[in-house]
Write a protein that binds this ligand. Structure first.
Ligand code: TYD
Ligand code: MG
Length: 468
């Protein structure tokens, strides 16, 4: 029977289709299906798997049983170790995604150098498919880690990589920089395509699990913000981390979005310096470093990132617009959420942003996704619209509902405590039942967005312009 030698694979989700189509049924992506040679050859790693074998019965066990505590290898970079859940787990696979040039290679080279120097003294290999040996050495020199016993190689053929690593002297930790440059010669499609990325990752991860190697895979991110090529990669690995930051800012944030061995939503904060990435132990102080009191449109948001409270400044600017459709520009927050807050302020508090450009910025390049930032955004917008600064030394948090009510958020005491530690004396919060400890702050509870007017010194004279 004649068999197709090519197949059509969606480059966004990895779904295989019998024929080309403009739209992928599986993920709904347009123009993402390309033709590829069908894989018929055996995978690497020696002999082809036997197609036929007698089936064995599997053993079932109870949920409750002996379990070993997960051993961890620490890199010594505390921000990295915390995001990983307390260190790297042997036999696990991690995917580190991020825009090109954000610092993934730098972070991982520092991490493996740290591992070799830590008390455990893990053996580490760094395999670069993107840069030459000289380039990596130059970076190592810049990072001052040339004395770390890391085994370095430049390779892209997965078969060679596996043959070199799949030995008794296998290293404990391996970095593959990046998975998009790796290829299996058994497949005909080009490196970076979904089938190559998926098959290469599969082979590398299988070997890592068998040998107890921690496999760190670097993945590039597409313009749409997903790890280039396949979502399937995210399912194959144990941990997915994103390394992000705004261009032109020196701050970098490492964020775990999936972690089988630790919490997600934990973030690590770094600063890119001349000598590599430096940990930022107290991010709030750093994010607030350039803050000036007495400017309108600025509010300090007491947020929670993972397990840590984190204070950031939210800045708003409202200016008369020459455009028919005024601009709504957001950096570091969700633009849909901004539209919602503007609509609530207009219809529930009588403010008018019509004919005005609105700019919103989270200072320092952090991205906030917590709804708890709503009230801080509303306070910054109110202040920007009225041209009056908010009271100094005040932090703000609370979620805003569509009827303008301010809702309670999680971990309010932790937010206040962090604010107190950093010298803040006032807080604008939701109304909250059960007497909270105010952590020594002057807490003003706020029931609805209308209460924002009360923040300004002379409410009568300085009330932001209302409609009608
Ligand atoms: P890199 O790790 O190569 O990024 P990625 O692997 O994510 O593509 O980082 C590249 C950027 O980092 C580059 O613009 C230079 C900058 N950099 C520093 O500022 N300081 C340093 O010590 C290093 C090594 C890089
Ligand atoms: Mg790189």
């Amino acid at each position: 029977m004649a068999r197709a030698t090519t197949r059509h694979v969606c480059q966004a989700c990895g779904a295989v289709h019998p024929r080309w189509a403009g739209r992928c049924d599986a993920c709904g992506g347009w123009n993402s299906i390309t033709e590829e040679a069908a894989p018929d050859a055996a995978p690497v790693g020696g002999k082809a798997r036997a197609a036929k074998r007698n089936s064995r019965t599997i053993d079932f066990v109870a949920l409750d049983g002996e379990k070993q505590p997960t051993p961890r290898r620490k890199t010594g970079i505390r921000e990295f170790d915390r995001v990983a859940g307390g260190g790297l787990v042997p036999g696990s696979a991690l995917l580190i995604g991020g825009d090109p040039g954000i610092g993934k290679s730098t972070l991982l080279l520092q991490a493996v150098a740290g591992l070799t120097k830590s008390t455990v003294g893990a053996r580490c290999a760094y395999i670069s498919g993107e840069e030459s040996i000289d380039q990596v050495r130059m970076r190592a020199e810049r990072l001052a880690v040339t004395n770390a016993p890391v085994q370095l190689a430049a390779a892209t053929n997965v078969r060679d990589v596996i043959a070199s690593l799949d030995t008794k002297e296998a290293p404990d930790v391996v970095v593959i920089d990046s998975i998009q440059t790796m290829y299996l010669d058994a497949l005909e499609s080009a490196p970076g395509t979904v089938s190559q990325v998926r098959a290469s990752a599969q082979e590398l991860i299988r070997m890592a699990k068998r040998r107890g190697i921690t496999m760190l895979l670097v993945g590039h991110v597409t313009k749409e913000g997903t790890i280039a090529g396949p979502r399937v990669l995210e399912h194959m690995v144990d941990t997915v981390m994103y390394f992000e930051g705004e261009r032109g800012h020196q701050f970098r944030i490492l964020r775990a979005v999936k972690n089988r061995f630790g919490p997600t939503d934990e973030i690590g904060v770094f600063e890119m310096t001349e000598g590599g990435l430096e940990e930022v132990a107290n991010p709030s102080a750093l994010f607030l470093a350039d803050r000036t009191d007495d400017v309108s449109g600025a509010a300090v948001f007491a947020g929670i990132e993972g397990s840590r409270p984190m204070l950031v400044e939210i800045q708003a600017l409202v200016a008369a617009s020459p455009l028919g459709t005024p601009r709504r520009n957001v950096v570091g927050w969700d633009s849909g959420r901004l539209s919602m807050i503007l609509a609530v302020l207009e219809s529930r508090a009588g403010m008018s942003f019509a004919g005005k450009d609105v700019y919103l910025n989270v200072a320092g390049g952090l991205r906030i996704s917590e709804p708890a930032a709503d009230l801080a955004v509303a306070a910054a917008l109110t202040s920007a619209l009225s041209g009056l600064p908010l009271p100094g030394e005040m932090v703000v948090f609370g979620e805003i509902g569509l009827s303008g009510e301010i809702r309670a958020v999680s971990q309010m005491a932790a937010r206040l405590k962090e604010a107190g530690k950093l010298g803040f004396t006032k807080a604008l919060t939701p109304n909250w039942r059960g007497k909270p400890s105010s952590e020594g702050l002057d807490v003003r509870a706020c029931a609805s967005v209308g209460d924002l007017f009360g923040l300004f010194p002379e409410p009568g004279a300085s009330k932001p312009r209302a409609v009608g």
